[in-house]
Design a protein around this ligand. Structure first.
Ligand SMILES: Cc1ncc(COP(=O)(O)O)c(C=O)c1O
Length: 407
């Protein structure tokens, strides 16, 4: 089946966070309560990581059939669900997962919070590598732990892990966990096996548990290959918790279904106890149905979506090179999120935010929310029809042209 991702689908009134709210002065406000956006050009939301595309047709068909069944009682992630996860990881990533390693949770972010609560004692520290997905910071702070920052290195337009910095932190006795974004949101790096191995060796040597958030692991650009952390070898897998989900891959985030894969039985038991003690043992029926259909029959759609997003990236890169050369693009290797270096515009973070949101009426994730290292950057979500991307870029260009001193 051929999918038509160019089609704009109206998501207003469909309980969409992306299209229904706006962030003003650091607070989310329903869009219809923000009078400044009630007239004039529509606000273009390109912030939170979901796609403006319908999901694979087999998923829609499976959900429709399940709705028609009409009974929505408690659900159970049984053999067919687990097998769908196992087959996907094997087929797509060459990773052999055992059924009992899979711990379903209602999202990766809830799992990250529970992981910190389980494995990090109050006052102990967790390494994060900013600029990075900001809920990592909250998962640590929410659960009585402290952050240990090991900023990524940025040189020649490319980000990398600061291994010396990592070693310096990991060797401190109060540092007990690393939360790794792999592929890395927002900078789009797909870590190589060598990078992962070196990072993993440091963590092993110092008894630091690796929590690898691999939610973007299926969204890889041509020429790059994703390495699941646990495929590095047994000793790495035994010291790791891997967060996976079909939600980014197939645009199912609203169904709140993810799988935390924990090969080490002792770690798994401890994590499951925390889930139970927080009442987190249910699985969303629709999420399970969607996962099975997506993992079993969604590859045709995924191939087309990856192709479309790669086309969107080329469009963005070429547009900026021609019309907005002051903005540098960090070429992503994975994810549909693009990290833009806007520092040459010479604006402070408030002025840059005003330029995008108020002048251009484009709602992006501001770089500074990913950590101080992100100041002067913007993250744009390009999983949308190209017409929306084009409109956003034209508006940003007009806003930049309107800056004093820019002709
Ligand atoms: C790195 C990363 N982890 C987790 C999530 C969200 O996970 P969930 O919706 O399963 O809580 C996102 C969403 O953008 C993400 O980028």
């Amino acid at each position: 089946m051929i999918y038509h991702f160019d089609q704009e689908i109206d998501r207003r009134g469909a309980h969409s966070a992306k299209w229904g709210v706006v962030k003003l002065d650091g607070r989310f406000v329903p869009l219809d309560e923000a009078p400044q956006f009630s007239n004039g050009p529509r606000l273009l939301p390109m912030w939170v990581a979901d796609m403006d595309f319908t999901c694979p047709q087999p998923v829609i068909d499976a959900l429709t059939a399940r709705v028609q069944h009409g009974i929505f009682g408690y659900s159970w992630p049984g053999a067919s669900y687990r097998q769908a996860v196992i087959d996907w990881m094997q087929r797509r990533h060459g990773w052999t997962v055992q059924s009992d390693w899979i711990v379903p949770t209602p999202g990766v972010v809830p799992a990250l919070n529970m992981l910190v609560r389980t494995f990090v004692a109050p006052g102990q520290r967790v390494i994060v590598q900013p600029p990075v997905y900001y809920p990592f910071f909250a998962a640590v702070a929410n659960n009585g732990a402290e952050l240990a920052h090991n900023p990524l290195r940025y040189a020649g337009g490319r980000y990398g892990v600061d291994l010396a910095g990592l070693e310096a932190l990991a060797s401190q006795p109060d540092v007990t966990m690393l939360i790794l974004s792999s592929p890395h949101n927002p900078v789009g790096r797909v870590w190589t096996p060598d990078e992962l191995r070196r990072l993993g060796e440091i963590c092993l040597a110092h008894g630091v548990l690796v929590v690898a958030d691999e939610i973007h692991g299926d969204l890889i650009y041509p020429g790059h290959r994703f390495t699941p952390y646990a495929t590095l070898g047994n000793e790495f897998a035994e010291n790791a918790v891997i967060c996976t989900a079909p939600s980014k891959t197939f645009n199912l985030a609203g169904l709140a279904t993810s799988n935390i894969i924990i090969p080490n039985p002792e770690l798994r038991l401890r994590f499951e106890r925390t889930l139970n003690s927080n009442g987190l043992h249910g699985v969303n029926t629709f999420g399970m149905v969607a996962l099975e259909a997506a993992y079993q029959e969604g590859e045709e759609w995924l191939a087309q979506v990856l192709d479309y997003v790669a086309g969107n990236f080329r469009f963005l890169r070429d547009y900026l090179a021609e019309h907005l050369p002051q903005i540098d693009v960090i070429e992503p290797e994975g994810t549909y999120l693009v990290w833009l270096d806007c520092r040459r515009l010479g604006l402070d973070k408030a002025a840059l935010e005003r330029l995008m949101l108020t002048e251009a009426r484009v709602f992006l994730d501001e770089g500074y929310i990913f950590g101080a290292e992100g100041e002067g950057f913007e993250r744009i979500n390009i999983a949308c029809p190209r017409s929306i991307l084009a409109e956003a870029l034209q508006r940003i260009k007009a806003a930049v042209d309107g800056l004093p001193g820019v002709s």
